[in-house]
Design a protein around this ligand. Structure first.
Ligand SMILES: [Zn+2]
Ligand SMILES: [Zn+2]
Length: 391
């Protein structure tokens, strides 16, 4: 099976990165589409609805309406249409639902963490076929600027994310481009779990950007879904992670998923507790997985000299970090935005059963009950990590 040009490019870019940075995953890098897909039979069970489909729309503040729309059609030669299997809910989607997102306002169709089965392909599509089960990378660059041409469209000045800047995946059929879809490994029997590939790609990006490696101690502020996927990717790299959060049940989740320690963010002796875990080895990576200026300050304060601070979220307000803080400890401060070509790496690890996707998608809802899914994502009952809507 041939790879698309985009995937070939990403592969060579990844190789370049690994050579430059001596950064390697524990597993060989392969693209999902290199594997033969044996699930073509699934297409037989796809139900067509006379050219109309159900769409989950955030129609107003805290209001979900199931509307009918005409199904998408193949127009461009690289178009791919999938029958959506599942879309998981992200913090961004919750902000849109509560009408607190800075620029995404109802009525809108959100959803950027998505899996499904290919139902139609354009004339030039080679890397997937009808019946393939896939995950969708939602990052859309302009395609021509320097970041885009070096395989980092997430840093494009014109970058768009499906489900945020443009229409999202919460609909029965979803049209994307060939370069956006990645075939799920056969060993992942539940297609719904493919929705969790995107949040793991965010974690993979953070771990790559932070140069996290075996034997390092990493402190992650925020034990929500992204803090946890970052931890799980860092653990694959051989690092030990300490998670910090204000909620006890989130700290429990972190321990259950393999954190070396979980500490309350409001502990007066946070620094001492961290030292108690790491001993003389110290902390060479800290990560703000919340997006809060106070946490950036604490990340810079807590990390040891020569360490790296990963900024994985941001709320746009000012922190108190000074040049002197960074200069004295000779720190590296990196941003990590969405992901750039991390889907193949994540899917490879999923194929080896190294990532607990089902542990992250804790609560399932049918699309008719999408409003309950959003309510639960706000309430966050004990044990909750992520809600997923199935179609
Ligand atoms: Zn997300
Ligand atoms: Zn661009």
């Amino acid at each position: 099976m041939k790879r698309s040009w985009c995937q070939v490019n990403l592969r060579s870019i990844w190789k370049e990165r690994t050579e430059k940075m001596e950064f390697r995953w524990l597993t060989p890098f392969t693209t999902g589409c290199e594997r033969e897909n044996k699930r073509g039979d699934l297409s037989a069970s796809i139900k067509r609805l006379d050219n109309t489909m159900k769409v989950v729309e955030i129609s107003d503040t805290r209001k979900i309406t199931i509307i009918e729309k005409v199904e998408p059609q193949i127009v461009n030669p690289d178009d791919v249409i999938i029958r959506v299997a599942a879309v998981s809910i992200c913090g961004t989607d919750v902000h849109t639902f509560t009408n607190t997102h800075p620029f995404v306002k109802p009525p809108v169709v959100v959803g950027h963490e998505c899996s499904g089965v290919v139902t139609a392909i354009g004339s030039k599509v080679k890397s997937v076929k009808i019946g393939d089960r896939v995950a969708v990378d939602p990052v859309l660059g302009c395609g021509t600027c320097t970041p885009c041409t070096i395989g980092r469209p997430n840093a494009c000045a014109e970058v768009k994310c499906r489900g945020v800047h443009v229409e999202g995946a919460m609909q029965e059929f979803f049209k994307i481009r060939e370069q956006d879809v990645y075939v799920l490994p056969d060993s992942l029997s539940d297609t719904v779990l493919g929705a969790a590939i995107e949040p793991f790609a965010i974690g993979a990006q953070a771990v790559w950007r932070g140069g996290v490696r075996s034997g390092q101690n990493m402190v992650i502020f925020g034990a929500g879904p992204i803090g946890l996927t970052t931890m799980l990717m860092a653990k694959v790299r051989g690092a030990e992670c300490i998670l910090v959060d204000l909620k006890d049940d989130r700290l429990d989740n972190a321990i259950r998923l393999g954190a070396a320690a979980a500490i309350r963010a409001d502990a007066d002796d946070l620094k001492e507790q961290v030292r108690g875990v790491t001993g003389d080895q110290g902390v060479l990576v800290t990560c703000d997985a919340v997006g809060n200026p106070d946490i950036v300050d604490r990340c810079v304060e807590l990390v040891d000299p020569t360490g790296t601070v990963i900024l994985l979220g941001m709320d746009g307000s000012q922190n108190n970090v000074t040049e002197l803080d960074i200069f004295r400890k000779e720190l590296t401060v990196v941003g990590s935005r969405m992901n750039s070509g991390m889907f193949p790496t994540v899917l490879d690890l999923v194929g080896q059963d190294q990532l607990p996707l089902s542990e992250i998608l804790t609560h399932r809802f049918s699309c008719e009950r999408a409003d309950h899914a959003f309510d639960m994502a706000i309430e966050q009952p004990d044990g909750f990590i992520k809600a997923v809507i199935t179609f």
